[in-house]
Design a protein around this ligand. Structure first.
Ligand code: C2O
Ligand code: CU
Ligand code: CU
Length: 489
């Protein structure tokens, strides 16, 4: 990967291909069903995807041309997959949000080489939740995800109450993988961040949902559940509907909230998931909008980064739209006041505090500021945690199995989505203010802008050969070194 020293020039990508027409039908991803013990093959392949009208865009995906199927697995079962790689570089499949041993976690040490295969054996034991999976090769995660190596994963619990929630897949239970991408005039979407696009994270000026530009979903005239994944490299969304309607958040990263929370706007940082229920029983169409990303507002160079076309005076842009089909079967019974089986584990008393400072090191001159190894060559951009860039050979933290700890995450200057592998956590405070668990639930990504305290319990093991990762989920920051490794033994 090359970084340009002429970083302050406009990237050549801004010229949009002509026909970025919104309004195609929302693609509903195929389901790869691992429930009941079926063994499936998941292969990284190259493909061509019709995203812009009149163009076939070169992309990659897991067993499909762009992105991967929605993988469903049951709590209490061992899910099995054969991972294959038909690309010409190493890939991996990291199970983001899954509570599994380091050896099963699919991180940067679990590479699948070209033309090779690897067995994934996943012991599923956690509450039902919307998770995801993506390639996680050190210094290559951002381009891999950009070109399509990502998909949603749904954990089901056959023994849990369905709480009366909409659950007809693709009809009133709809996955939405939201991403932003840039296209060249020839329809290609090269991964080519430069200068501010690298340090601020790479954003695109077209919004894709399940691989289609600003699509339209046809929904029943009732309650519709959306499982939303921010699968973007760097963009933070501030969603709301064009008519300002209320909706109910029912779940976050790690599963159900204690009770539905009514709101009319919602922030989703990279790698975060949320489940919401929207009431379409009035039959009215709606548009899902988002505000621009606060990480751009504070940067002088913001105007050098292409932005989606604003459609309101407030700078909002369209994500997708919904039309109501009165003929579809609809659920109209209200949600329960309290959800049965929502996770709220007692982590006990923390035994230790660790501090993680997320560091940006934009040194024009290149080098000199780094304490540890692992700085990327060429370009003089690096990121780090506690002054040390990610090094595959260094274990940064060692944790005792069964311990509960407070992790204090510090981020100055911009907002960073901080992620921990192999567990979920509770957010305790944000810039000194207590955070209400009832409104946030179990998380594995927390957007940090200032100081955020997390309460984390470690009850799966990872050894030094295949350790867990903690990192910023702005993928450009991760690839530049804002990542560390930890063992749990
Ligand atoms: Cu989405 Cu290290 O993970
Ligand atoms: Cu992860
Ligand atoms: Cu970051």
């Amino acid at each position: 990967m090359k970084t340009s020293t002429a970083g302050l020039f406009l990237p050549a990508l801004i010229g949009r291909a002509s026909a970025a027409e919104p309004g195609a039908a929302l693609p509903i991803p195929d389901v790869m069903d691992l429930r009941g013990g079926s063994l499936e093959a998941l292969d990284a392949i190259t493909g061509k995807t019709g995203i812009l009208q009149g163009f076939e865009t070169p992309t990659i995906g897991y067993s499909q041309s762009y992105l991967g199927p929605v993988i469903r697995a049951n709590r209490g079962e061992t899910a099995r997959l054969t991972l294959g790689n038909r690309l010409d570089e190493n890939i991996s499949v990291h199970w983001h949000g899954l509570h599994i041993e380091g050896a099963q976690d699919g991180g940067p040490h679990s590479m699948v080489a070209p033309d090779d295969t690897m067995d994934a054996i996943l012991d599923i034991d956690q509450p039902e939740a919307t998770l995801w999976y993506h390639s996680h090769i050190h210094m290559r995660t951002a381009p891999h995800v950009w070109y399509g190596l990502a998909g949603m994963m749904i954990i089901d619990d056959p023994d849990a109450s369905d709480n009366g929630l909409p659950d007809s897949y693709g009809i009133d239970d709809i996955p939405l993988v939201v991403q932003d991408r840039n296209f060249e005039r020839n329809g290609n979407m090269p991964y080519a961040p430069r200068g501010p696009n690298l340090m601020m994270g790479y954003r695109g000026n077209e919004i894709l949902v399940n691989g289609a530009i600003r699509p339209e979903a046809s929904v029943p005239a009732g309650l519709v559940r959306f499982r939303i994944l921010n699968g973007s490299n760097a963009r933070i969304y501030h969603f709301r509907f064009d008519d300002g309607r209320n909706f109910q958040q029912i779940a976050s990263d790690g599963g159900l909230l204690q009770a539905p929370v009514t709101m009319n706007k919602l922030t989703l940082a990279p790698a975060e998931r949320v489940e919401i229920v929207v009431d379409f029983s009035d039959g009215k169409a709606a548009q899902l909008l988002s505000l621009q990303d606060e990480n751009l507002e504070m940067a002088m160079m913001a105007r050098m980064i292409p932005a989606p076309t604003a459609i309101t005076d407030a700078g909002e842009f369209e994500v997708m739209r919904f039309s109501v089909d009165m003929a579809k079967p609809a659920i109209v019974t209200p949600l329960p006041a309290i959800f049965a089986g929502a996770p709220n584990p007692d982590f006990g008393e923390p035994v230790r505090r660790r501090v993680f400072s997320l560091d940006m090191m934009a040194s024009g001159g290149g080098g000199g500021m780094m304490g540890g190894g692992g700085m990327m060559s060429g370009g003089g951009h690096a990121t780090a945690i506690n002054g040390v860039s990610m090094d595959m050979a260094v274990i940064n933290e060692e944790i005792k199995l069964g311990d509960t700890e407070i992790w204090e995450i510090q981020a100055a200057g911009m907002a960073h989505p901080f992620h921990v592998h192999g567990t979920s956590f509770k957010v305790l405070t944000n810039n000194g203010q207590p955070v209400d668990y009832a409104t946030t639930g179990m998380k594995d990504v927390a957007l940090v802008n200032g100081i955020t305290e997390l309460l984390v319990r470690f009850d799966r093991t990872a050894d030094a050969d295949i350790p867990y990762m903690y990192h910023c989920h702005i993928l450009e920051h991760e690839d530049l070194g804002m990542m560390g490794q930890f063992t749990v033994t």
